[in-house]
Design a protein around this ligand. Structure first.
Ligand code: F6R
Length: 609
């Protein structure tokens, strides 16, 4: 997974390339590079490490020219190093390419090219593409690129540049995102909109197999067969600030604080004014269609998978349909029992996670009805699905997902009520209660975010512990999983989540004096049982922080500290209970001096297997 950019126009290319890459670092940040044509030659500058290192190199020896391409990398084939950084060039240095994805047949192609005398400098799969263009170029850049595309297999977004035809960039994509920003006498190419939003709001979103020849004044798009495609301009309606930090120290804190808005927007126009039903114009399912669903599978990765676990509780309880939840990388290889009576739901913030996309293709192949729950309009997963529910969280830049998760939960709740409505499994009164509860959420989250001092103190107090445990039952267990993932990924504290009743089957051995245990106790039907589990860890001298609903005085007797969430329907409690856990993780990471927005070894969107 990587971020790519391109510029052609009257201005110097380098400033846009660097600015664009800085907006794409969430896609990968282990190395970066740019190539610019100066009127005579293509000059390439690249460096392992963060973009800042490349910037310094460019300050010392700037690259001048009006056409260029750039790349920020997250290593897949070949460790992060200067030579493995993009752009990659052919033997002559006259053809350059940046690539996001994996060329699956690169070994075979590389061997063939080496036997023909090509000299490779990197360990990457991507370099093969540059040598292939060199091999096929006979005075027609487009024809050479087309020939390359007919040979490579795998996933890619690619931008090509050559000194032989310096008035154009060529780009194409397969299973990885690519947008073209349309300017006045200049054009931009990028993996994602935040890279170009400062320059233009008019875009073409390329589809798989499309190839675009981009000059400063024109964009010519064709499909795999070479037939011209009449692209519709997609007008970006985010404000520029939505992609910026907006005064917060980190994108993660900004995104935590955006949750009231994100939740409100995700619900807007989907809750009937009299709270009688959920309106999903994008689904328009009927009773017969829903009655035909015998089973639901929810497939996702990471945080989105945790949202799927909450979805299972919701759908099973409200719509009374059996639900399986699986991580995408497991689902696709376990010969899933899926057929035309299965509704397969794929949850993905980015809509680009390769495992989730591949799992969706497998479910489709098996005949399932597919539904994407995603945050990105026009993303691969949304395009592949029969239907899409968009979470309207706005761009999420921090690697650790926060607002995407809460909007996924809200979407799963709305979907469950919607299906239950069509199945007649939820009473009018209960539907009304739940929808009224949903309406209150933005205000409640806002209220919780107003005073975070206590959580900050806990994080400072316990932020240097080696191990932290999260326990809970039922929906609280699902939230415990997410709380533990948040803490691990950004603060590097070893954290584990356990179904509270499961601790005594082994893990209780790890609970010794002073070990922090975050115990969620928001579910009244299992409340007493959870209290017993809290007593078990207290008896081993753990330090327990309880998360409970306001008005619960009982819990205070058994825990060391309590974080209260506003009183809410038990189904909606996860949406509030996760907020203090996000904050705990955030402040623990800040206390430990971690790189909150870009945790080590991780990238925002995982478009490799
Ligand atoms: C964790 C996190 C990841 C993602 C996962 C799936 O905070 O963000 O676990 O949830 O990589 O990504 P999407 O939702 O884009 O498919």
């Amino acid at each position: 997974m990587c971020g790519i950019v391109g510029y052609i126009g009257p201005e110097q290319a380098s400033p846009f390339l660097i600015e664009g890459l800085s907006k794409l670092e969430y896609r990968g940040y282990d190395s970066a590079g740019i190539a610019v044509f100066d009127g005579n030659e293509v000059h390439n500058k690249k460096s392992v490490g963060r973009l800042g290192i490349l910037k310094k190199k460019l300050e010392q020896s700037p690259l001048e020219g009006h056409i260029g391409i750039g790349h920020t990398r997250w290593a897949t084939h070949g460790r992060p190093s200067d030579v493995n950084s993009h752009p990659h060039t052919d033997c002559t240095g006259n053809f350059v390419v940046v690539h996001n994805g994996i060329i699956e047949n690169y070994m075979h192609l590389k061997e063939r090219l080496i036997s023909k005398g090509h000299v490779f400098t990197s360990e990457t799969d991507s370099e093969v593409v540059a040598h292939l263009v060199e091999e096929y170029y006979e005075g027609d850049f487009e024809a050479a690129v087309k020939k390359v595309l007919s040979e490579i297999t795998g996933s890619y977004a690619l931008v090509f540049m050559t000194k032989h035809e310096p008035e154009k960039l060529i780009c194409t994509k397969q299973d990885n995102p690519l947008v073209i920003g349309l300017g006045q006498g200049e054009n931009f190419i990028a993996s994602d909109i935040p890279a170009i939003i400062q320059r233009t709001r008019k875009t073409y979103i390329l589809s798989d197999g499309e190839m675009a020849v981009v000059t400063k004044d024109s964009v010519w798009v064709t499909n795999r067969q070479g037939v011209p495609v009449n692209k519709k301009v997609f007008e970006v309606n985010w404000d520029a600030e939505a992609a910026e930090k907006g005064g917060y120290e980190h994108f993660m804190s900004k995104e935590i604080y955006e949750q009231p808005k994100a939740i409100r927007e995700t619900m807007s126009s989907r809750l009937a004014t009299n709270n009688s039903k959920i309106i999903f114009d994008e689904l328009k399912w009927n009773r017969e269609e829903v009655a035909a669903i015998r089973k639901v599978v929810i497939v996702a990765c990471g945080t989105a998978y945790h949202a799927g676990i909450v979805g299972k509780y919701y759908i099973e309880s409200m719509a009374r349909i059996p639900v399986e939840v699986d991580v995408a990388s497991e689902f696709r290889y376990r010969q899933p029992l899926v057929d035309e009576h299965t509704l397969a739901i794929f949850v993905s913030q980015s809509g680009e996670t390769l495992d989730t996309l591949a799992a969706m293709k497998e479910a489709k192949r098996l005949g399932a009805k597919t539904l994407a729950v995603t945050n990105v309009v026009g993303s691969s997963i949304s395009r592949e699905a029969d239907n899409t529910i968009l979470t309207w969280a706005g761009p999420e830049i921090a690697v650790a997902s926060t607002k995407a998760y809460t909007t996924q939960l809200v979407s799963m709740a709305m979907l469950s009520i919607y299906i239950a409505g069509l199945k007649g499994t939820l009473s009018e009164e209960r539907t009304h209660e739940l929808i009224a509860g949903l309406r209150n959420l933005p205000g409640q989250v806002h209220e919780m975010l107003e005073d975070v001092e206590e959580i900050k103190t806990f994080a400072q107090q316990y932020g240097f512990n080696e191990d932290v445990f999260f326990i809970g039952r039922s929906l609280d267990y699902a939230v415990a999983l997410e709380g533990s993932l948040k803490l691990k990924e950004i603060s590097y504290i070893h954290a584990e989540a356990y179904a509270a009743g499961e601790l005594k089957h082994g893990t209780l051995a790890l609970i010794i004096e002073g070990v922090p245990v975050i115990a969620l106790a928001t579910q009244h039907d299992v409340y007493e049982k959870t209290l017993s589990n809290i007593k078990e860890v207290k008896a081993r001298d753990a330090v327990v922080i309880g998360v409970a609903m306001q008005g619960d005085d009982e819990i205070k007797k058994y825990v060391d500290h309590t974080i209260f969430i506003p009183k809410v329907d038990k189904f909606l409690a996860p949406i509030l209970a996760v907020i203090p856990l996000q904050l705990l993780a955030y402040y623990a990471a800040v206390t430990r001096g971690c790189d909150v927005d870009k945790p080590r070894n991780l990238a925002k969107s995982v478009t490799v297997e």
